[in-house]
Design a protein around this ligand. Structure first.
Ligand code: NAP
Length: 292
């Protein structure tokens, strides 16, 4: 493939990156708008990250996406962090701005917020539950706080990690009640009874362990709630199938991928992202209202 001179360049820094859907999604977006831009996935070892970021800056890249395992380390390397990236302690998008300064953003938060709208699930004044206490769970907590959730229950197999996350989120968002629980059936059942949303922010159910679910049975779900699975490989996870059987609204992790990508695209190009083309490029499901 020819990349002619004058092509604007964006990179993905991660390890692994071989199965990432982002190059396909961004290529579709550039093509939809007729932009002469290219997006290249680069495998980078943790010890090489500082040099990789300096290299992109020196080579004139417009910016980059950052993925596992570099999101937290990248935050330390930025010249400036926006408020959301600072709250997350993690960066998934870099823009080399004026004077080639590295500006760090976290668009996973906006990705989750846009996904809730796309799936027509409201959490304002309501209760939500999050499974997991890692980097993605942190971004979900920030998104839920920004959406005006009243209570957020965090579930983790190592409850001390959930307690730590709940503590730091309570400091950032004193108006939201954050609680920590062990990932057990009884605690889940009690908490989910009144919940408007359940988010899986663990990798449970991801290929090749597609027969696994982070919840033991669909009895803990109900038909007045939404269920978002951040796992998108496969796109219809066991958790989402359980949610369908319980009559809950299902929200796809592919939507989060597309919407976080759309916000990154807008930061790099300054143009509204062609979201439909991006959703199509990764075979994202339609929201329930639009299904034939
Ligand atoms: P992470 O920082 O490694 O955190 C993973 C969390 O899941 C930790 O709390 C971990 O608990 C927990 N966990 C892992 N395996 C578990 C198991 N078998 N049982 C119970 N808990 C388990 O990872 P992350 O960056 O937050 O990502 C989490 C998932 O979200 C990944 O699958 C990632 O691909 C996905 N994600 C998707 C999107 C999207 O665009 N759709 C965006 C971001 C992330 P311990 O601390 O006890 O290990």
């Amino acid at each position: 493939m020819e990349i002619p001179p004058g092509t604007e360049l964006v990179a993905l820094l991660g390890d692994p990156v071989a199965h990432s859907l982002s190059p396909r999604m961004h290529a579709a977006a550039f093509e939809a708008l007729g932009l002469r831009w290219a997006y290249v996935a680069l495998r980078v070892l943790p010890s090489d990250l500082p040099e990789a970021v300096r290299g992109l800056r020196a080579l004139g890249f417009v910016g980059a996406n950052v993925t596992v395992p570099h999101k937290e380390a990248a935050a330390e390397l930025m010249d400036r962090l926006d408020e959301v990236a600072r709250a997350c302690g993690a960066v998934n998008t870099i823009v080399f701005g004026e004077g080639r300064r590295a500006l760090g953003y976290n668009t996973d938060v906006a990705g989750v917020r846009r996904t809730l709208r796309y799936g027509n699930v409201k959490v304002s004044g309501l209760r939500a539950a999050v499974l997991g206490a890692g980097g993605a769970a942190r971004a979900v907590c920030v998104a839920l706080a920004q959406e005006g959730a009243a209570e957020v229950a965090l579930f983790a197999r190592r409850v001390e990690r959930a307690e730590f996350l709940a503590g730091s989120m309570s400091t950032l968002f004193p108006g939201v009640q954050f609680e920590a629980h062990p990932l057990h059936q009884d605690a889940l059942r009690r908490s989910l009874q009144e919940a408007a949303l359940l988010v899986n922010a663990t990798p449970i159910g991801m290929h090749p362990d597609t027969d696994q679910s982070p919840i033991p049975s669909e009895e803990v779900l109900h038909d007045r709630m939404g269920v978002l699975d951040l796992v998108y490989n496969p796109s219809r996870t066991r958790l989402l199938r359980m949610a369908e059987r319980a009559g809950a609204r299902t929200l796809s992790g592919l939507w989060v991928l597309a919407f976080q990508g759309a916000v990154s695209f807008e930061l790099w190009t300054g143009r509204p992202a062609p979201v439909e083309a991006m959703l199509r490029a990764i075979d994202a499901p339609r929201p329930p209202e639009e299904r034939p």
